[in-house]
Each structure stands twice: as structure tokens, then as C-alpha cells.
Design a protein around this ligand. Structure first.
Ligand code: GDP
Length: 314
């Protein structure tokens, strides 16, 4: 059974760990957000892509969902000593993690499309699942904030890392997405999938950029799409999803998640403790309860199994 996931860099990778245990890995494809890609000094950073690669290669640092577990930071600390503006890194890049970023940068600078480089990397890391960036074009997620009465348009990292998410969010944009094309192999993986799963990811800054690409949205139109909620009750399980949903006019609850995905979702998977029977009212797709807080491998495998069980019911 072929499954394609749409992913950001924290929630869906957790589900991916479980799915990998219950589905043959060659049958899994992951289409990943690149709206947060950026340059740091001379390095190209594709944070969600790298997290998905490290997750599938069993190398991910699960404390941060960023970088390689057990990594060292000698280069980062040494660069700090040199105090060169051009090298100043607003986030800590580990040594082994840096090697993958250098690899990406090297080939991108020589004109390779990101999708080709990521495919090389997945093979180098012995990953059997397919991993595709959503696009080879530059689509950038921008956050409009208000600071001291002024409106400022920020890159995602300027908002989330440099300002630690502490600014009033007014809106979120996916710059350039109207001109961007979906990666061809990603589109084919969606067309060939028996099931598309939108894992528990931030709808606005992880999945929104992917859906903002017209041909990806179109490819999803007649597919069976399951969405796992990143919201339980009236809060995001982690991170700033709630703030972004509010800024875009969606209530921070299951109804907001449904509203965001209503064009494409067939089955919405919500937390068992989220009053499932009551929530079914007012939601026009199928609503299924499951344990969706993924603390350990057992939770992840159980959710993956639950998704497959639900798929086979129809
Ligand atoms: P990002 O790129 O780091 O923003 O990562 P994602 O968008 O993939 O994941 C972040 C979202 O995943 C947040 O909105 C969280 O609420 C959600 N999330 C994180 N862990 C879990 C979990 O264990 N269960 C569920 N249901 N959602 C989670």
C-alpha cells in the first residue's frame, strides 16, 4: 500500500517513525515543507527536509527535532570565537549536521535542483522511503508582525528563533507560491498514493506552504486524505500553531483544523479525550478518535496502525 505524507519538522516526523514500523518503507513518500528554508552565513538550511531525513535514518535528535542526536558543536563554537559577522549563526548547528548542510550547499551552488540533492542525500543515508521538497522554486513563509506600533514582515526564523516567537502576529504569507511548481516526483507520489496523510503538523507554516502550490493542491483533490490534528482541546500540542491559526482567522480547536483542510480532508483524526461524539457535529468529513499525543514509539506505532485500520474500513 502506497502512502504519501505531507510534513513539517516535528509532529509528522513522529508519526513517520511509527509508520516506518508498520508499512514497508519503500511504499512511503514524504512531501516536505521548504517555506522555512534559509541561508545562515554560507550554508543553505532546509530545516524540515533535514529533520525528515534524519528521522528516517534514525539519526534525529528527538529533544529538539532538529539536528543529529549526540552531535558535537566544535565548529559552531569555534566560529563564535572568530566573531565574524558573516559566520554568525543564530542557531546552533552541530558538526555532523553541518556536513549535510555543506553537502546541500555545494550542489545547490552548482545548479542542482534541491529535489535532486535531497534524493542523493536520502540514498547516502540509506533511506528507502522517498523524500521530496514541495518545490524546487523559492517559496518563503513570511510572518507579518506588529512591533512598537509598526508592521514588520519577518522570515520565519527571525520570528521564531531570533524573537523567540514574541511578537504580535497579524498575518502569514507564502511569498512566491503562486509562481512555484510542485516537484514532479512529489506530484506523481500523490497521484499514485492509495492514501495521503497530513500528519500532526502546523497547518499554517508547515502544511499551508505545501498546499499553496497550485498543482499540489490540485493533485490532492480526488485523493483520500487523512489529517491528524496538531491541536488537542483548544491548544497546539507544541509550538506556535495556535498563534498563526488565530492570525489567519481560524479558531484554535478541531473546528479550525477542519475549516483549514475542508477542501481536501476525508477523515479527521482527533484525540480520544477531545469529546469525539460532540465534535462530529458541525464537521462534514469523517471524524475518528485516537490517541494522538506521540510520546514514545508505542504511541507512534499505535497511531500508525489506527490510521491503516481506518483506511481499510472503507
Ligand atoms: P515544525 O516544522 O517544527 O513546525 O513541525 P510540524 O509542523 O511538523 O509540527 C508542529 C506541530 O505538530 C505543532 O502544531 C504541534 O501542535 C504538533 N505536534 C507536535 N507533537 C505532536 C504530537 O505528539 N501529537 C500531535 N497530535 N501533534 C503534535
Amino acid at each position: 500500500m502506497k502512502i504519501t505524507l505531507l510534513s513539517g519538522g516535528t509532529g509528522t516526523p513522529k508519526l513517520l517513525q511509527g509508520l516506518k514500523k508498520v508499512v514497508k518503507e519503500d511504499n512511503i513518500s514524504v512531501v516536505v515543507n521548504t517555506g522555512e528554508d534559509t541561508w545562515v552565513g554560507d550554508l543553505y538550511l532546509s530545516p524540515d527536509i533535514d529533520t525528515v531525513l534524519y528521522t528516517l535514518a534514525d539519526m534525529i535528535n528527538e529533544d529538539t527535532w532538529y539536528g543529529v542526536k549526540g552531535d558535537t558543536f566544535i565548529t559552531h563554537e569555534t566560529l563564535k570565537m572568530y566573531q565574524c559577522e558573516g559566520f554568525s549563526e543564530f542557531l546552533r548547528i552541530g558538526d555532523r549536521d553541518r556536513a549535510l548542510k555543506i553537502h546541500k550547499t555545494y550542489f545547490l551552488r552548482r545548479g542542482y535542483p534541491l529535489s535532486k540533492v535531497v534524493d542523493m542525500e536520502r540514498k547516502l543515508l540509506n533511506i528507502k522511503a522517498k523524500v521530496f521538497p514541495m518545490t524546487d522554486d523559492k517559496v518563503e513563509t513570511k510572518i507579518l508582525v506588529e512591533e512598537e506600533g509598526e508592521k514588520i514582515l519577518l522570515k520565519f526564523h527571525d520570528f521564531w528563533i531570533k524573537r523567540r516567537g514574541k511578537a504580535k502576529v497579524l498575518d502569514v504569507f507564502y511569498e512566491n507560491s503562486q509562481y512555484a511548481k510542485g516537484v514532479e516526483e512529489a506530484l506523481v507520489s500523490i497521484e499514485e498514493a492509495e492514501l495521503v496523510v497530513i500528519g500532526p503538523s502546523n497547518p499554517i507554516t508547515s502544511i499551508g506552504p505545501i498546499l499553496s502550490i497550485r498543482d499540489i493542491k490540485r493533485a490532492l483533490k480526488d485523493k483520500r486524505v487523512f489529517v491528524v490534528s496538531p491541536i488537542v482541546g483548544d491548544r497546539a500540542v507544541s509550538g506556535p500553531a495556535g498563534v498563526f491559526m488565530e492570525a489567519k482567522g481560524y479558531p484554535v480547536n478541531i473546528y479550525g483544523i477542519y475549516k483549514f483542510y475542508q477542501d481536501i480532508v476525508d477523515t479527521l483524526i482527533i484525540d480520544n479525550r477531545d469529546n469525539v461524539e460532540e465534535k462530529k457535529r458541525g464537521i462534514e468529513c469523517k471524524v475518528v478518535g485516537a490517541d494522538i499525543i506521540l510520546r514514545n514509539m508505542e504511541d507512534k506505532i499505535n497511531l500508525a496502525r489506527r490510521i491503516l485500520e481506518e483506511y481499510r474500513k472503507n
